[in-house]
Design a protein around this ligand. Sequence first.
Ligand SMILES: NC(=O)C1=CN([C@@H]2O[C@H](COP(=O)(O)OP(=O)(O)OC[C@H]3O[C@@H](n4cnc5c(N)ncnc54)[C@H](OP(=O)(O)O)[C@@H]3O)[C@@H](O)[C@H]2O)C=CC1
Ligand SMILES: N[C@@H](CCC(=O)OP(=O)(O)O)C(=O)O
Length: 417
Amino acid sequence: MDIAAYMAEVGEQARAAATQVARSTTAVRNQALLATAEALDAARDALVTANIRDLENGRRNGLDGAMLDRLELTPERIDTMIEGLRQVASLPDPIGEITDMTFRPSGIQVGKMRVPLGVIGIIYESRPNVTVEAASLCLKSGNATILRGGSEAIESNQAIARCLAQGLAEAGLPESAVQVVKTTDRAAVGELITMPKYVDVIVPRGGKGLIERISRDARVPVIKHLDGVCHVYIDSHADPEKALAVAVNAKTQRYGTCNTMETLLLDGEIADDILPLLAPAFAEKGVELRGCERTRAIIDANEATEADWEAEYLGPILAVRVVDGLDGAIAHINRYSSQHTDSIITENYTRARRFITEVDSSSVMVNASTRFADGFEYGLGAEIGISTDKIHARGPVGLEGLTSQKYVVFGDGHIRT
Ligand SMILES: NC(=O)C1=CN([C@@H]2O[C@H](COP(=O)(O)OP(=O)(O)OC[C@H]3O[C@@H](n4cnc5c(N)ncnc54)[C@H](OP(=O)(O)O)[C@@H]3O)[C@@H](O)[C@H]2O)C=CC1
Ligand SMILES: N[C@@H](CCC(=O)OP(=O)(O)O)C(=O)O
C-alpha cells in the first residue's frame, strides 16, 4: 500500500465530509448516532468474531493481561458502547449557539457562535470502545474524524467502522465523516500529523513513544492526551481515615488508567502514623511499594530510584516518598508530575488553597481520589480523554472541547467611519 497516497485520500475525503457534517442539523447527526447504535446491536456476532481474531493475535504477540482486558469486547462492553451512543445523542448540541451578543456604539451587534473544529485526527490505544466514543463525540460536535486506533485492535475497529458507515449512510451523511485508518503501519500516523491541509487538529492519546513522535514530527495543532503520573499528597493536617480511603482508591480502583495515582507523598510529620496503616491496605490488594529511604525506615518496601518518581506503572506498583511538608510536596509534584491530576489530603483550608494554586496540573483536587478526573464524573456527559495540554482545552474534554467559537456580527448597512 502507498501509505502517503492512501492517507492523502483519507484526508481529502474527511475535509469534504467536514463541510457536510458542519451544516447538518442536530436531528440528522443524532439520527446517525442512533442508527449506529442499531447497527452495532445487529452486528454483535461480527464484532465478537473480529475481536476474537484481535485477542488471538494479541496472545500470540505476548500482550499482557491488562492489555488483553482493554482489547476485549464482551457483550457487556458492546451494550455500553450502544448505550454511550444513545447518551451522546441525548446531549445538548453545542453547535450554532450564539452567546455574548452586545450592541457596539457603532450600532453593530457582536456575538460569538460555537462551531466545529473541522477534521479531527485521533490516535489512541488498543481499546475498541474508544473508537465508538471518539467517533460519537466528534460527530455530535459537527466534526469529521480520522481515527487511528492501536494496531492490536485493527480487526475490531474495522468491524466497528462498518457500523459507523451504516449509521452515517442511514442519516444521509457521508460515510467518510468518520474514517478508521485501515493500516497498522505507523507511517500512516506520520502522514496524519503532517497534513494541515486536511486535518485541523490531532488528539494523541498514549504514552511516552507517542509523545516523542508527536513532539518531533507534528505539523498540525495538537491537543495532547498523554500519560498520567498522578500524585496524592497526605498532609500533616489530613484526616487519617480519609487519607487511607482516598489513597487506596486512587491506586487500586483501576490500575491501567491515566488518572490512577502512581506516587504517594506523605508529610514527614505524620508518616510514622499513616504509613503503618497504608502498608497492609496496599499489601492486601497486592500492590508493590517502592519507597524512599525515609519510607523504608518506617515500613517494608523495595527501594525507589529516581526512575520511580517519573514512572507511570499502569499496574499494581506504587512509589512512596516522605517529603518536608507542603513545600516539599509541591516541589516534588511540579518536578515529576505529568501535569495530569494531583490531589492533597488535608483538613487545613490554607494549605488546600496553596496546593490548588501552586500545583500546575490539569486537575488539582482536595480530599478526593485522582480517579475522579473523568468527563462523565465532571458532568460533561462523556469525554474524548483528558487533555494534558494547556491550550485549547485542559483536563477532561467533552463536546465543547471539540469546538471553537467565531465572531458573528449583525449590521443593517452599517459602515465604519
Ligand atoms: N490522557 C488521556 O486521556 C489518556 C492517556 N492515556 C495514556 O496512554 C498510555 C497507555 O496506552 P498505550 O496503548 O500503552 O499507549 P501507546 O502510546 O503505546 O499507544 C497509543 C497509540 O499511539 C500509537 N503510537 C505509539 N507510539 C507511536 C509512535 N512512535 N509512532 C506512531 N504511533 C505511535 C500506538 O500505535 P501502535 O498500535 O502502532 O503501537 C497507539 O495507536 C498511558 O500512558 C496512558 O496514561 C490513555 C488513555 C487516555
Ligand atoms: N477517564 C477515564 C480514564 C481515561 C481512559 O480512558 O484511560 P485508559 O483506560 O487508559 O484508556 C476513566 O476515568 O476511567
